[in-house]
Design a protein around this ligand. Structure first.
Ligand code: GLC
Length: 567
């Protein structure tokens, strides 16, 4: 299938390239960098929201779904960007944020003005008789998930639901008019030639009515996540919009989801979505599941989760989006490796693990040059509402400021949002003006130096090309390998149906900063190296076989094709 051998590159427009010199990225900046994007060999470019927005949550608070924010450019710029990408066979993938809308959006404003039609677009509820809120849900950005609905001459006891910031009002998808609006938005962009979409926190749209309290003391997400209605709503949206295009590709961002739900979201016969992001593998450094904590990643757990998702989605005929990084996650090099001593090894090892696996890999801008978290020294360097709220909450809860800052530094979403580092200049080649978020280590980590002598960028290009070329990667099966060895994450890709003669592919990735041992099954000992990040290794072991127990270098990755078969 088309998307099985595809790779997606994610561009955070605000931070990719600034063409008009105001310190904020824009669409024309991306146009200038299309040749670079094309040089990676990718098929899709996911663009985070660039629509008009008050920017309270960096564009995820949309005030007009069918326009371009003037700070980002114009609709003509978008069409030009699409055409420039199309010239290289690349399609834009647009971010559709349909769980909620900015309170500045016309729909919410008209609801506030008392228009019944628009009140019904939202969850507006009176406080209970005892004055308490409709439900005890908490906002994902802190505080209660209900805010006062201060309508003109209206009922002062009304509240509206916001699972995120108070300026992001949840849309009531049980209302057929809301569902029709969503389809209209997708079709608007389809008319601009877009055929790929990413749906933001889409598994939150099926809240079960009546909205119910979470059991006190228990995390409330189970009440409103993955409700059965999500599937119905997705099928309806599919039929009314993107599903009309046989080439459409969609990815749903699934917050706190499950394997069975994601099989259902992505099994082709269900006609819901193409693939899903889940985040369980990125919570292995959350102490007791809580984000704003500090903990070393639990590699045994990481390994188990990756394996369960691979096996689960394969068994159910579903499809995973594969990723380590995005605009919401601190850089994976800092989390899972050593950003100082072994930056190159960590970057290439993590890339190997993702790109050779079953699913569609996503590269988040800067990942391909080994960008790391910025080295900020003060909470004032952070811009994100989530980070600032979390810091304030930790300090208000009695934690001393240094400890709170240490947590924010490790977990803030701003870690990923610093400008793309194009060169070693003061503004990293991103802008002629001071960037909206400060880069700190562009002197050593930047595109120009990777192009000249780097090892990470060529490695990514090679991985993207391998997926295009080899059906064992794009279409092959998955089996876990060395499951009792917690120093490595390893798997075997098995020949796809119809290609039974292809060599099996063993992928072994060390997760440790010191040498580790791994058993190599006999069939791979005379194997050929498909790709690896240890320059000391020969490219083939046909002459001198590998030992039964192989010692891997720190963060080494090696992919071995079995025996003497040709891939
Ligand atoms: C998703 C986005 C994130 C945003 C949130 C609310 O998780 O990726 O950036 O804050 O949804 O829209």
């Amino acid at each position: 299938m088309g998307f099985h051998n595809a790779t997606v590159y994610q561009v955070y427009p605000k931070s990719f390239a600034d063409a008009d010199g105001d310190g904020v990225g824009d669409l024309r900046g991306i146009i200038e960098r299309v040749p670079y994007i094309a040089s990676l060999g990718v098929d899709y470019v996911w663009l985070n929201p660039f629509y008009p927005s008050p920017g309270r949550d960096n564009g995820y608070d949309i005030s007009d779904y069918c326009a371009v924010d003037p700070a980002m450019g114009t609709m003509e710029d978008f069409d030009e960007l699409s055409a420039a990408l199309a010239a290289h066979g690349i399609s834009p993938m647009l971010d559709m944020v349909f769980n909620h809308v900015s309170t500045s959006h016309e729909w919410f404003q008209r609801a506030l003005a008392g228009e019944d039609r628009y009140r019904e677009y939202f969850y507006i509820r009176r406080a209970k008789a005892d004055g308490s809120l409709t439900t005890n849900w908490v906002s994902k950005f802190g505080g209660p998930a209900w805010a006062r609905f201060l309508s003109e001459g209206g009922d002062a006891d009304e509240y509206y639901l916001h699972l995120f910031d108070p300026t992001q009002a949840d849309l009531n998808w049980h209302n057929p008019q809301v569902r029709a609006e969503a389809a209209r938005v997708v079709n608007f962009w389809r008319a601009h030639g877009v055929k790929a979409f990413r749906f933001d926190v889409i598994n939150l749209i099926g809240k079960t009515e009546p909205l119910a309290d979470a059991v006190p003391g228990r995390d409330d997400r189970y009440v409103y996540t993955d409700g059965p209605a999500v599937h119905d709503f997705l099928r309806e949206l599919n039929e009314a919009s993107f599903g009309q295009d046989p080439d459409s590709v969609t990815v749903g961002e699934m917050s706190s989801t499950s394997i069975p739900a994601c099989v259902d979201y992505t099994a082709p016969h269900r006609r819901e979505l193409t693939m899903v992001f889940n985040f369980h593998h990125l919570k292995v450094d959350y102490e007791r599941g809580a984000k704003w904590t500090r903990m070393e990643p639990d590699i045994a757990q990481l390994k188990r989760i990756l394996d369960e998702w691979q096996r689960g989605l394969q068994a159910g005929g579903g499809w995973n989006a594969l990723f380590w990084n995005n605009h919401d996650q601190p850089r994976a090099i800092n989390r899972f490796g050593d950003a100082d001593t072994y930056r190159i090894e960590t970057a290439t090892m993590l890339a190997t693990l993702i790109h050779l696996n079953r699913g569609t890999p996503f590269i988040y801008m800067g990942e391909e040059i080994g960008m790391t978290d910025p080295e900020y020294a003060s909470i004032d360097d952070y811009v994100d509402v989530e980070a600032r709220n979390a810091y304030a909450a930790l300090v208000a809860g009695g934690m001393d400021e240094d400890a709170a800052f240490d947590i924010v530094r490790a977990k803030a979403r701003d870690n990923a949002r610093t400008p793309m580092q194009w060169d070693d200049g003061p503004n990293a080649g991103f802008s002629t003006a001071t960037p909206w978020l400060r880069p700190t280590n562009q002197a050593t980590i930047n595109v120009a130096c990777e192009e000249a002598e780097g090892r990470i960028l060529p490695y990514y290009r090679a991985l993207v090309a391998l997926r295009k070329r080899l059906p064992i990667i794009s279409e092959g099966g998955y089996e876990g390998y060395a499951m009792d060895n917690d120093d490595v994450v390893a798997y075997v890709r098995t020949p796809p149906e119809g290609d039974a003669g292809a060599a099996r592919l063993l992928v072994v990735c060390s997760m440790r900063p010191h040498p580790v041992e791994v058993a190599i099954a006999a069939e791979y000992r005379r194997g050929r190296v498909l790709i690896g990040n240890n320059a000391e290794r020969p490219t083939s072991f046909e002459e001198t076989p590998l030992p039964a127990t192989l010692t891997l270098a720190p963060y080494e990755a090696i992919a071995l094709l079995a025996g003497d078969a040709q891939a």
